[in-house]
Write a protein that binds this ligand. Sequence first.
Ligand code: GAR
Length: 209
Amino acid sequence: RAKVAILISGSGTNMAALLYAAKHPECPYEVVLVGSNDPAAAGLQLAKAEGIATFAHPHKGMERAAHDAVMDEAIRAADAEYVALAGYMRILTPEFVAQWEGRMLNIHPSLLPKYKGLHTHERALAAGDSHGGASVHLVTAELDDGPILGQMSVAIIPGDSADTLAARVKFAEHQLYPTILSDYVSRYDNPDWLLAKVEALALALPETH
Ligand code: GAR
């Protein structure tokens, strides 16, 4: 099974979805590490309780590149082949991104390319959109800009607030992320599939392929 490190900063519900999907015997990936920039991140406790190795190193007072390097070292020490960002609220250095090009995925709470960055649900509501949603994409140096691997849309209903919409989008995220990660790792060594997928999306292929 493909070895995946998950990075979190908060509650870790997407991490939990990825962990529990991996308990299925046919899941093509296993989680070898959950790492965080916040030792108090709630998701770390759950990961530990589930018998997964955890690692935390606060970013405060550190240069961005130095902190990324510490995370990178922990990920490599765990023998991870892929990195899944799951609410990891750090901007990554281009050097760190380059190390994992084509092997680092992120989940973002909007239908990209709409609403990169923060406050995605507020912005969808303010725009009067009929749907919000979530996207899983490959991480590139540009924020929330890498090739999109999968998306799920979520209806906005009358009376929605950013909080009610965020909660509904999370249900979609918890379905989407394990599915897309499984799909990606199981076909990673098939360049034809990757090329067709990326071409279909009319997006640039990561350089390593
Ligand atoms: C998720 O909604 C994820 O899409 C979002 O943070 C939340 C983390 O929740 N990520 C970003 O906004 C990245 N820019 P979780 O800790 O419960 O998985």
